[in-house]
Design a protein around this ligand. Sequence first.
Ligand code: HEC
Ligand code: HEC
Length: 215
Amino acid sequence: MGCVQVPKVPSEVESTFASPTLGQVGKATIDACMVCHSTREMQRGPVLDGLPEWYLTEQLRNFKSGHRGKNPSNRSEALMGAAMAKVETEAQLSALARHFAERKPQSYIRVVRGNIDIGRAHYATRCASCHGAKGEGKPEIKSPPVNVQEDWFLLDQLRKYANGQRSVHPGDAGGLVMKAALAGLTPGDFQNMTAYIARDLTVTPPLQKAGSPKK
Ligand code: HEC
Ligand code: HEC
C-alpha cells in the first residue's frame, strides 16, 4: 500500500476545498467529467452516480495506470484514458470517486431486449456468486454492483470483455476474472442477462418515454 503523499493543492481546487461534496476537486473538474458522464444527449460514457466509492476508485486507478484506456481498439475507453490526464493526484481521484458515489443512482430508459427467463437462469448460475443475487455486488471480492448502471452500458461492457476490448492488460486482475466468467456464453446470452438485470435487479424504476403509460 505505501504511505499516501499529501498532494499539492492546485488553485482551482483551493476555492472549493471546504465543500463537503466536492472535497478536493473543483467544480470545473466535475463539469469536465459530466460532458461525457451525464444523461445529456451528447453523453458518450456511462452515468456514474451511485456506483460504490471503492469501485470508482479502482477503475479510476486502472485508467490512471493504463490498465484501462490504452487499448487503441477500444475508442471509448481511450477517450476516458485521455480525460484522466486532468486528474493529477490520488487525493483528487479519491474526491471524484466520493463525489459520484454520494449521488443517487439515476433512472434510465431501458433499451436492451432479451429473454428474461433465460437471462435469469444464466445470471443465477454464472453471475450471482460474484455480483450477488440482487446484483448488489460484493466488495470483499471486488465485484461491483450491476444494479445501478444503464443497460446499454452493461451490455456494451460484456461484449468488450468477451471480444478483448476491456481487460487486455495483464495487470488488470479484476478485468481478467470477469473476462473468464464469460467463457462459453454467447452475445445472445449477454442480451438476455442484461434484459433480466435491467428489469428485475436495477434499483431505479425505468424512466418512461414521454407519453408512454406507467406500469
Ligand atoms: C471524453 C469523454 C469522457 C470524459 C471527459 C470522462 N470520461 Fe469517464 N468514461 C468515458 C467513456 C466513454 C467510458 C466507458 C469506457 C468503455 O466503454 O470502456 C468511461 C468510463 C469511466 C469509468 C468506468 C465506469 C465503469 O463502470 O466501468 C469511470 C469511473 C469514469 N469514466 C470516470 C470519469 C471521471 C471521474 C471523469 C472526470 C475526471 C471522466 N470519467 C471523464 C468518457 C469520458
Ligand atoms: C468470479 C467473479 C465474477 C463472476 C462469476 C462474474 N463477474 Fe462480472 N465482474 C467481476 C469483477 C471482479 C468485475 C470488475 C472487473 C474490472 O475491474 O474490470 C466485474 C465487472 C462486471 C461488469 C462491468 C461493470 C462496470 O461497471 O464496468 C459487468 C457488466 C459484469 N461484471 C457482469 C457480469 C455478468 C453478467 C456475469 C455473469 C455471466 C458476471 N459479471 C460474472 C467478477 C465476476
